[in-house]
Design a protein. Structure first.
Length: 195
């Protein structure tokens, strides 16, 4: 199993993680996206097993208890997380796997798989990030303030990531991500060959 093929893509809500990942997969079809588990209700157009694995809170908590989850977190009363078994099956099959998860999840993945790469997507500016978050749907001033507070915390943690890329143009950002992934693998291969 090649841990160098495990990529964590993090960034604040509204920075374009899912959009950039779709473009990465268009540019490099060998990249696969992990399908996370969640206890939230599906949004219009979302499909079970495609966007998320939609499960009950009881099922999710049972997965945690049984050690199935590699990482997980709770937001607004809903759980989100990654199945360790699913990741290992994809890596065993030789796939490059991208997880779009928060910085806490990224930290957990790096602990479990030290060869994994952590990529952080940075918004072009705080003003642009605020605009993108507002576009996502109706929210009151309190919700917006809370999302911005969380975003600022995540941005401060970006220095712990292996690469930080600004998403001001989706295609260019995706290309830079793929270049960073390639460089990461080459650096690790050279380090392994020297040992």
């Amino acid at each position: 199993m090649d841990e160098r093929k495990l990529i964590v893509l993090s960034g604040p809500s509204g920075c374009g993680k899912d959009t950039v990942l779709r473009k990465i997969r268009e540019l490099d079809p060998s990249v696969v996206a992990n399908v996370s588990f969640t206890t939230r209700e599906p949004r219009p157009g979302e499909k079970d097993g495609v966007n998320y694995h939609f499960v009950t809170k009881e099922q999710f908590l049972e997965n945690i208890e049984n050690g199935i989850m590699l990482e997980y977190n709770e937001y607004s009363g809903n759980y989100y997380g990654t199945s360790k078994r699913a990741i290992e099956e994809l890596l065993e099959a030789g796939k490059t796997v991208v997880l779009t998860i928060d910085v806490n999840g990224g930290r957990n993945v790096k602990t479990e798989y030290p060869g994994a790469m952590l990529l952080f997507l940075m918004p072009p500016s705080v003003v642009e990030l605020r605009k993108r978050i507002r576009k996502r749907g109706h929210m009151d001033a309190k919700d917006l303030k809370e999302r911005m507070r969380i975003a600022e915390e995540e941005i401060r943690y970006a220095e712990h990531y292996d690469a930080v890329i600004v998403n001001d143009d989706v295609e260019e950002c995706a290309r830079k991500c793929l270049d960073a992934i390639k460089a990461w693998r080459e650096d690790l291969s050279e380090a392994c060959n020297k040992e």
